[in-house]
Design a protein around this ligand. Structure first.
Ligand code: M6P
Ligand code: ZN
Length: 198
């Protein structure tokens, strides 16, 4: 028997538009333009040049629903990362650790192609390639960022504990261990020389 109001949410279903990645009746849509990611790309001159232009859309997050931020609840969203680069570096999300660091997450690729970049505070680094139909797991304590390495939007579904929360500050301060750059022979994962262990 439910004992608290938090347990009394009604079941529901949301539709994901597989053509666009949008959740048409999303609770909230977050739009991230290049100005929201200022300082995160490796090539500062290319970033400034792009910002002086049309401040391009980099990604949107469709948060399916809202839920109490308590243990036991899940949130889910789709993310649509546009194709593009800043200098040689592919468009990507801001990236975060979870504010509750042991909270996990599951990503499921729906459209396009990209990578899930991961890192721990003590220096472990990982990259998981994501394509439609792949499920990628973010274990406890791993910071995570997604990157669109393709020519069309990269879309994935994310499911995570509602009480996970976001720590963006560590990524802003210390950077991400790897970057993904494009070149003649396709995407290359390269170490970020300015990365510092948190
Ligand atoms: C996924 C989830 C969301 C996250 C989004 C964008 O949908 O992990 O929780 O907000 O990607 O990533 P970021 O918050 O790092 O910009
Ligand atoms: Zn997360």
């Amino acid at each position: 028997m439910p004992t608290a109001p938090n347990d009394m949410m009604a079941p529901f279903t949301k539709r994901v538009d597989l053509a666009s990645g949008a959740i048409p009746d999303a609770h909230r849509v977050q739009t991230r333009r290049l100005s929201d990611l200022r300082g995160l790309f490796g090539d500062a001159d290319a970033e400034e040049a792009a910002l002086a232009g049309d401040d391009p859309l980099v990604y949107r997050v469709y948060d399916a629903h809202d839920a109490p931020k308590v243990e036991g609840q899940l949130l889910f969203s789709t993310t649509v990362i546009e194709p593009g680069r800043v200098g040689a570096e592919f468009f990507m999300t801001k990236g975060h650790y979870h504010a509750k660091p042991d909270r996990t997450e599951l990503y499921y690729g729906l459209k396009g192609e990209g990578y899930l970049l991961l890192q721990t505070r003590d220096g472990r680094v990982d990259a998981q390639r994501m394509t439609p139909g792949t499920a990628a797991y973010v274990p406890p304590h791993w910071g995570h960022r997604t990157v669109n390495t393709g020519a069309e939007p990269f879309v994935f579904l994310a499911v995570f504990p509602a009480d996970a929360g976001y720590d963006y500050g560590s990524i802003r301060e210390h950077g991400f261990a790897s970057r993904i750059v494009g070149g003649g022979d396709g995407p290359r994962i390269v170490p970020n020389p300015t990365f510092q262990r948190a």
